[in-house]
Design a protein around this ligand. Structure first.
Ligand SMILES: *Cc1c(COP(=O)(O)O)cnc(C)c1O
Length: 456
């Protein structure tokens, strides 16, 4: 019966599902140990053999040796970088996606999948105040979302400015923009106009000042704003920058990979009102929208323009563009720098539809509220102080008298003790501590416990 690699193995299936069930039922998910549980690089020599190894044995090896050598990003104690807290429903549906032969590339192959994904995208676009007809695709992450959007913005700018050489068009970005923005511009071969800000917030005034001092301000064809800087959670002046872009016919891109999710926060969403001006906008469901890695929602105000720039042309692909269903035909492959595509928006769609928007609002809001309560705790303690006020769900604070080495030692010890994963960051040249709250199950007690470990 068939090739042996494709036989159904009921026993192994049960064991894998049992493993998944065990992970899914953990409450809370443990931190695990990261590289503190490192294996010697030689330990897996000889694993790949001509005859193949016993699957049970290898599954056990994964469970006992490899799986603990990660820091589980979905643990409520994971407060470093930007965590990921997928809902149980999103994880379950990720397994459905894994077991189904879905290719989220085109309408022809997966219209049902694309329709569901587009419902989730349209919901985000509507929260952002973007017009009906906005749309795009789910891509692997904010980095690819930024690169794809800026490619479209660049080409639109080139068309508007035939007097400029192709490499001369520029984007205005803030010195606090995410590293993926600089990387995208590097890939695109265009220079940024880097705008320095007084307090790390990119505003219309700082943009106008930078343009006034610039040799060639008319070469700036677009503006990149951030709705929630990764390090500090600062939301740029979207209203001012967006209206400037509208008045001067510039591309306006908003990188909301982390903080775009604040659209779901009743107390913070007013900060994002200027998103309605965006030509392109990204938010990562794999960050603060409780979907599994890896998933970024990329939305264009005018998808037709994006399709013109990014659709891949090839003889064998022509059939993708000849649907008789003209009105609805929607190929996610047309909206980013990708072709074959995992239907990575589906787990988020399933989670949003089954949990409902009230649950999403309260879960996003709980991280903001915990950040503010933590700020109060820090004000009340003698050994720590805030570096700047809380923005969104990020808390930047310092332990008075600590060196960089001390912060690093403390961070390792917290992980070794399986209390939390908190990593120091740099703020204006100084090493400081940082909490990125996101998981609704992170408790005040845990925060108290962490702050207590900083006493000595
Ligand atoms: C995380 C982040 C990115 C990069 O997103 P990935 O999904 O990691 O590629 C870009 N911009 C901001 C503001 C981010 O926080």
């Amino acid at each position: 019966m068939g090739h042996p690699m494709f036989n159904y193995n009921a026993e192994l299936t049960n064991e894998v599902f049992a493993y998944c069930r065990e992970r899914l039922s953990m409450d809370p998910v443990p931190l695990d140990f990261g590289s503190l549980h490192a294996m010697a690089p030689g330990d897996m020599k000889g694993f790949i053999t001509s005859g193949g190894r016993n699957a049970d044995e290898i599954l056990n090896f994964f469970r006992d040796e490899l799986a603990p050598a990660v820091v589980s990003i979905d643990s409520p104690g994971f407060l470093a970088f930007i965590p990921n807290a997928p809902t149980k429903n999103s994880l379950l549906f990720d397994m459905v996606v894994a077991c189904s032969g879905l290719n989220g590339t085109s309408w022809l192959e997966s219209s049902g999948v694309v329709m569901a994904e587009n419902l989730a995208l349209a919901f985000i676009a509507q929260l952002a105040g973007m017009p009906d007809g906005s749309g795009g695709a789910f891509v692997s992450g904010g980095s690819l979302g930024n690169l794809s959007s800026l490619t479209v913005g660049r080409d639109v700018g080139r068309v508007k400015h035939p007097e400029l050489a192709a490499h001369e068009v520029r984007f205005a970005i803030s010195s606090d923009a995410h590293s993926s923005i600089g990387k995208a511009l590097h890939v695109l071969g265009i220079e940024p106009l880097i705008v320095n800000t007084d307090d790390h917030r990119f505003t219309r005034e700082s943009l106008e000042a930078a343009l006034a001092n610039d040799q060639n301000p008319s070469s700036v064809v677009g503006i990149v704003a951030t709705s929630g800087t990764t390090n500090a959670g600062i939301v740029d002046d979207l209203e001012g920058l967006g209206s400037y872009a509208r008045e001067h016919d510039l591309w306006f891109h908003v990188d909301g990979a982390y903080g775009g999710a604040a659209l779901f926060s009743p107390s913070e969403r007013h900060l994002l009102a200027g998103l309605r001006h965006a030509d392109s906008f990204i938010v990562d469901p794999h960050k603060w929208l409780f979907g599994p890695l890896d998933c970024c929602a990329l939305v264009y105000r005018n998808p037709t323009v994006a399709r013109k720039v990014l659709a891949q042309q090839a003889g064998y692909l022509d059939i993708l563009h000849t649907s008789d269903d003209e009105h609805y035909e929607w190929n996610p492959s047309d909206f980013a720098i990708h072709l074959s595509r995992r239907a990575r928006g589906l787990p988020f769609w399933f989670s949003l539809v089954t949990n409902g928007t009230d649950a999403y609002e309260s879960a996003v809001q709980s991280a903001v509220d915990l950040a503010h309560r933590t700020e109060c705790k820090i004000h009340d303690l003698d050994h720590v102080e805030m570096v700047r006020p809380v923005s969104l769900s990020i808390v930047l604070f310092r332990r008075l008298g600590w060196s960089t080495e001390r912060y690093v030692e403390w961070s390792h010890q917290l992980l070794r003790d399986q209390i939390a994963f908190v990593t120091p960051t740099k703020w204006e040249g100084e090493t400081v501590a940082r909490f990125a709250f996101l998981h609704p199950d992170t408790t005040d007690e845990l925060v108290d416990q962490i702050l207590a470990t900083m006493r000595d």
